[in-house]
Design a protein around this ligand. Sequence first.
Ligand code: NAP
Ligand code: G4F
Length: 335
Amino acid sequence: MSEQRRALITGISGQDGSFLAEFLLEKGYEVFGLVRRTSISSLERLEGFEDQVTLLPGDLLDASSLMSVLEQAQPHEVYNLAAQSFVPTSWSEPVSTAEVTALGVTRLLEAVRHVCPEARFYQASTSEMFGQAPAPQTEQTPFHPRSPYGVAKVYAHWATVNQRESYDRFAVSGILFNHESERRGQEFVTRKISRAVARISLGLQDKLVLGNLEARRDWGFAGDYVRAMWLMLQQDEPEDLVIATGVTHSVEQFCERAFAEVNLDWRKHVETSSRFCRPAEVDQLVGDATRARELLGWQPELSFEDLVRRMVTWDLHRVRQIEEQSHTAAPDLSR
Ligand code: NAP
Ligand code: G4F
């Protein structure tokens, strides 16, 4: 009988980490997740399968913790999904973003090289690295990042390529375009919209304030994208790939679609404010994932329309649930 495969996921508490953990468990992997200490638990996304994964304490800022986690897990595959991933925060905290999102990757690559050099390594790269480069963007498109986050990810991308070229390691960088789900953080625009649509339709708020409505993104479904991550590590040869749907929509179009799900006119509820605009914007992202289709046989399954419906439906359910709980909760007299 062959040995059970072991995978270590950094960023397991995040959107992608939770989908990837579920995916790998279904494939029969033993799954380890690196989690950092937070003042309140950030493991909500692992609800329902938390007891099937082994969580190990560590932080991309702390090299010794990475060595210790790798020694305990002895993984065959390492998926580095941990990052300070919210683009606006990278302007308010550029140095800490670089520490985690750029240098953190070097710390992890070096730790893997010393502890388990045979482990295959996946780096979560991003279409933000393309920035203002003309669309459609492919593996050959030169990078022109427009945020400290994008700059940090370009460093991490090349650090991964360099480990591959220097030490003949299986290390790859997946250049993923925006992917969303009901597990997306509430500060990202799609989830901000789907949640507000739910609250507005239930009469809990009236307005939604956004920034640039003209920005265009190639939005896919996170569940489809973690499948591509795994496929990239199953190839005979390591290769960096673009993962995208090839279809782009504006923030305005996302609003229109989401409000239409609850039969509301987005124009009556959406306002804009410069507060949510960025010092430098990425105007348009559209990925060409031809190479991934050829090599991995990968293509997205959920359409833009189904993605929006899924997110709005989930938020309607969730907001109703929270409302019901707040009305039925008994006062806590013990404090
Ligand atoms: P996410 O939901 O923001 O998750 C980020 C994860 O990183 C969380 O688990 C977070 O842990 C962890 N983390 C942050 N700082 C850390 C540190 N110092 N040490 C250890 N862990 C740390 O992001 P996501 O959307 O799942 O994205 C996953 C990865 O793909 C990220 O690297 C992101 O930059 C990249 N990416 C995302 C997209 C997209 O559209 N979603 C597209 C391209 C690339 P806590 O729970 O403790 O905060
Ligand atoms: O949802 P966003 O914050 O995602 P963004 O900046 O594209 O970054 C996400 O995707 C990247 C892949 O390309 C990842 F690497 C990154 O980690 C993250 O997951 O913003 C999308 C667009 C932007 O153009 C922004 O200016 O929506 C625009 N927008 C308009 N109003 C807004 C808002 N974004 C946010 N977050 N909030 C607004 O109110």
